[in-house]
Every structure is written in C-alpha cells, then in structure tokens.
Design a protein around this ligand. Structure first.
Ligand code: M6R
Length: 613
C-alpha cells in the first residue's frame, strides 16, 4: 500500500527520492508527495499531488530544491480521508517544523485529534497520519528521536513512519509497528524505505528495522533504539536480488513479463527440494518429519489470489496426503471462534508477506498453540517473522498488481508440501510419489513450451473478440473451481468487467438465470475424471444461447464439438491442471484489458500490498 522513502547523504536527493517512489509504485497508490530539507534553509521544496508520479513530477517542475541532500517521499493509498492534495503526505505540524510520511493506520487517531484540537491545534487534512507531526511538535525539545520515542506509546494501530525536523535537517527518524521498514546503508548515505526496491539501485546493504524500534539516520551513521535503550550496532545484510527483475525486460508490461516468467518461477520453487527418488526436502518449516507426520488437520488462511492457491492446495493435500484441509479467507478466519490448537498446522499464504488480514489470522492461530507456517515470496517479510516456519516461493519480485507468477509458484510449493506429507503419512507409495515428482519436474518445461508456442497469441485473439462484453460467467469442477475463481478475479481486476465464478454443479441453483443469448461463459474443461460432467454443463449453457469459451487440454479432440472458442492449456495430470489451466486465463484477462486500453500493471483502486484491514 503506501510507500515511504527517506534519504540523508552527500548527494542531491530530489531525483533519488522520486526514483525511489517510482520503484514503490507496485504497492499501489492514488496520490504522492515529497519534501526536501537543506542544512541552512529548512524545507526547500515540498510538493504533493493527486494521481500518479508523473503528476507529482509535473507539479514539482524541474529545478526546485535541487541541491538538497536530505528528504522524504511518499505514495499514498487512501484509507482515512479522500484522495486530495491536502490528504497527501508529507504532513506537517502547524508551524511546518515537523514533517512525517506514514504507511499504515493510527487506530486511535480520532481520540488524539480531539485532544490536540482542544489544545488549539488546527488540522489541515482528514488523515490519521496528521496527528503524528502535531504530537511530535508538542514533545520536541531539541531532539527529534526523543520526541518520536515519547509519542510512540500514544499511537494505536500498525504503521511505519519517517519524521524530519527543520532544526535537524541532516537527520531522519523512523519507526515501525507491524508495517515494514528497511534501512539501506550506502557510502556516506543512508536510505529508509517501506521496501528494498526503493533504493536497490543505490545500495544492496540493508538492515531490517524490527517492531517498536526507532532508528535515527544520518549520512555516516545510524542508531537504533528500543524504548529508552540504545541497542548495540548490528551487522548489515547484503541482498543479491537481480536489479533487472524490477525492469520490464522487453515486455510491454510487468504483468506480461511475469506471466512469461512462470516456468522459471516454477523451476526455482522446485529447486533442490525435489530429490531424484521423489522425496521432498523442505527446510525451514520449523517442524521435523516425525512431528509433521502427526499433523491431523491443516488450516490454510489467505486473501485474494493466495486464497485461490490455498483452495488448490486443499485438493492436493487431501488427495495425496489424506489429511483434511480447511481453507478460509483470512479476514473471516481472524474474527471467527478459532478452534485450531496444538497439533494443528496453519499455513498462511501471502506472496507479499505483509497482508494485514493474513498476518492477523496467523497470529490468532499461533496464540492458540497451532504451528504456523508462512508461505511467502518475500524474504524477511512480516509473515516470516510472525510464523514458526517458512516455505518460500522463489518467483522473484512481482511488480504487476495482478498476481500471476507468485500464484503458480504458490501452487507448486503446495504441491511439494503435499507430496512430502503424502510420503510421511504413507498415503503415497514410493512409486506413486516418484511419478508425481516426475510430473512436477515436467511442468515448468511444458509451460515454457506452451508460452513459446502460438497458443498465447491465439488466446489474445479470442479475448479481443469478447472485449465489449459486459459480463462473464466462469464455471468449472473439482480443481477447475479455484482455477475459475482465479481466472474471474484476474479479469475483474484488470479489465473492470463484472464476473461470477461458480462450481459448474451449482449453476442450476442460481447463476443460470443470468444467461441470455450470446452471454460468454468461460468453462474450465481440462482432461480428468470430471470432464464428461463439465461437458454436460456446457450443453446446458449452450441450450440457453450462451457462447462457451472452453479451457481444454492440448490435443483434446472432443472439445471442439462443444465450445465456440477454445483456449488450449498444456497437458498435465488432472490435479496439476490448476497450474496449466490458469495460465491461459491470465492471458485471456490480459488480452481483454489490453483491448480495452487499460493499465494492467496498476489497476484502479488496487494495491499490490494490502497492509491495512
Ligand atoms: O500479498 P498477498 O498474497 O497476501 O496478497 C493477497 C491479495 O491482496 C492479492 O492476491 C490480490 O488479490 C491480488 N491483487 C491478486 O491479483
């Protein structure tokens, strides 16, 4: 969601801050701002604008504050207060001496706001953030870090913020509670940001700021406090991320690039975990094999696309390991009576590792003594810190707001887990496990061949023909159901077309009423034991005049008789079609959005990282 960056060093930092904000665009935002400080003149430039970063650049003009060597910037995703310039960050104290940019939510801001207003403070925005600069101003007695430390206990909620004071123009103070914050350590310069990509081009030496810590940053030094205690220095870590990963690499959009990166995301997620004999090694789960073998119930909690991966995981785990799996959206799980307990395994799936509801659901289960594993793509993310163990997808950085490669990598990671558990539970024979392991190994190659074939272009062509349709119904059975859910979510996210996704067997119980002459119905009809049932459903919708777009397994000769259009999917065993069939649906959604001229990488209202409830 919101992105924050701060810089103190020896270089003019205007462009560093603006570029850093661009590198955080993937988090989603609707307005932005920055402020620069100069050692002699205080705030030399402060600009805020509604819209994207080009609007901010336009509002800022060319040369303002160009020599300033300290500053802070922000991309805002509105939570409290509408999308207006006044609500954009940085926010300041009434006299303009304290500046703050924040990600997260101050839950008790109304109470704090009333208290400050009673003392005569006049607010200039509707945001929760604005209470912070006013509170810091009230506490300030010549040392910003002391003032921030004094304010911290008064703030409820979860947040990360960076503060500056005009009387200390070569220093920033930052802190976090349950929202990410990372320090970048360069040569004679320091960065602080919501995420590493903000400064990856400038330095690869980082330090994660822990919950409740306050860090003071100057060009040549930084100090970390917890409460009133100054903590001993701790080493920086070096990140080895490929910088090119954040570029489009020749594709027209990040989403298209990431769709094409799925074979390598799958290869990397398999990595060295799958041994030649079909056994699986998953280091980091925080459970030894004997304990894992005793697990009798699994709960999966997640949101959005990660939830759909969890639904696929249920089919895999129940089929291969014969362990019952309950899958629930995290925002519901967290407020239900939680019956998880010792002996249960909770898998929190979150590609970003920051989704507030998923983190909360994991916490609820952990408090009840369940063993919690985070399935995430981001090293060092909050989910990895809140869990007892971690299972990483290795999809690389995903910039497009619509998840693609992280989703298929999640399904692959769950497949590995199911295979391992299946062996531990003796639900799979050694031979059965070996066959499945071979199929898993074949999958990335099959997908790569598919993506290099004419099939994706054919999917785009079909999509263009349907670009003007106002509504799509998605139907499927068995593992095709979560595939439909995911395909329908992709389409609504990036093309803004309303969709419904249903188990095909439920169609007669309501959704069939939506169909009329020419209604497009996308049906997942890949090979497997429910294929004939799906064909019956296709006949039922065609009898109502609907047009059927079928996702079918390459080489299926029958489907042409039943469908108006076919989106081919690479051949795979039935359960693994959850990976093979979702890819054409990603491309289908992409083709429709492109035909409608939409920005697929940053769809309206959506954020890549949802750090608020
Ligand atoms: O980072 P997470 O996997 O926890 O994110 C969960 C959802 O916010 C996310 O999957 C969302 O639905 C995406 N926009 C899907 O494309």
């Amino acid at each position: 969601m919101c992105g924050i960056i701060g810089y103190v060093g020896g270089r003019p930092c205007r462009e560093l801050i603006l570029t850093g904000l661009e590198r955080l665009e993937y988090r989603g935002y609707d307005s932005a701002g920055f402020a620069l400080l100069d050692a002699s003149d205080g705030v030399v430039e402060a600009v805020r604008a509604v819209g994207n970063l080009s609007a901010l650049r336009e509002a800022a003009g060319l040369n303002g504050g160009s020599a300033a060597t300290a500053g802070l910037g922000h991309t805002r995703w509105a939570t409290h207060g509408r999308v207006t310039t006044d609500n954009a960050h940085p926010h300041t104290s009434a006299d303009g001496t304290v500046l703050v940019v924040m990600n997260g939510i101050i839950e008790n801001y109304l109470e704090l706001r009333s208290e400050l207003m009673e003392q005569g403070v006049v607010f200039s925005s509707d945001t929760d953030t604005e209470v912070i600069p006013h509170l810091i101003h009230r506490e300030y007695a010549g040392d910003l870090a002391t003032a921030v430390r004094a304010v911290l206990p008064r703030l409820g909620g979860h947040f990360a913020f960076v503060a500056a004071h005009v009387d200390e123009p070569e220093r920033l103070v930052a802190t976090r509670r349950e929202c990410p914050l990372v320090l970048g350590v360069g040569d004679g310069e320091r960065f602080v940001a919501s995420a590493i990509p903000a400064f990856l081009r400038e330095t690869r030496d980082i330090m994660l700021i822990e919950d409740g810590e306050v860090v003071t940053i100057e060009a040549d030094e930084h100090h970390v406090w917890h409460g009133s205690e100054l903590l001993p220095p701790r080493p920086v870590e070096r990140v080895d991320w490929d910088e090119d990963a954040a570029e489009k690499g020749g594709y027209e959009t990040f989403m298209l690039k990431e769709i094409h990166e799925q074979p390598s995301a799958l290869w990397d997620t398999i990595g060295d975990r799958l041994r030649p004999d079909g056994s699986v090694e998953l280091l980091g789960l925080g459970l030894d094999d004997a304990t894992l073998a005793r697990v009798e119930r699994i709960h999966i909690v997640a949101c959005g696309t990660s939830y759909h991966a969890g639904l696929v995981g249920r089919y895999l785990i129940e089929d291969w390991a014969r362990v019952p799996v309950h899958v629930e959206v995290a925002s519901e799980y967290r407020y239900r009576t939680c019956l998880a307990g010792p002996g249960d395994l909770i898998i929190g799936i979150t590609q970003s590792g920051e989704t507030a509801d998923t983190l909360a659901a994991m916490r609820v289960a952990r408090e009840r003594g369940a063993h919690v594993v985070a399935l995430t793509n981001i090293m060092g993310s909050q989910a990895t810190r809140d869990a007892d163990g971690v299972l990483y997808t290795r999809a690389g950085l995903e910039i497009g707001v619509a998840a693609t490669k992280t989703h298929t990598a999640q399904v692959m990671a769950l497949s590995l887990f199911a295979l391992k558990l299946g062996r531990l539970k003796w639900a799979l024979t050694a031979g059965g496990a070996l066959d499945l392991a071979d199929e898993l190994r074949r999958l990335p190659d099959a997908l790569e061949a598919y993506l290099a074939s004419p099939a994706p272009e054919q999917v785009m062509t079909v999509a263009e023909r349907y670009a003007e349709r106002p509504f799509f119904l998605y139907l499927g059975r068995h593992v095709g159901v979560p595939v439909c859910f995911e395909g329908a979510l992709k389409l609504k996210e990036i093309s803004y077309i309303p969709t419904e996704a249903y188990p095909a067997g439920e169609m007669k119980h309501g959704p069939i009423a939506l169909l009329e002459e020419g209604s497009p119905v996308v049906v997942v009809a890949t090979d497997g034991h429910v294929f004939d049932k799906v064909v019956s459903n296709i006949q039922e919708v065609r009898a109502r005049g609907a047009r059927v777009i079928a996702v079918a397994t390459e080489g299926n000769e029958e489907i042409g008789r039943h469908a108006d259009d076919v989106l081919w999917a690479p051949r795979s065993p039935a359960l693994l079609s959850a990976i093979c069939a979702v890819v054409p649906l990603q491309i289908f959604a992409y083709g429709l959005a492109r035909a409608r001229g939409l920005n697929v990488d940053q769809p309206r209202n959506l954020a890549k990282t949802v750090t608020v409830e």
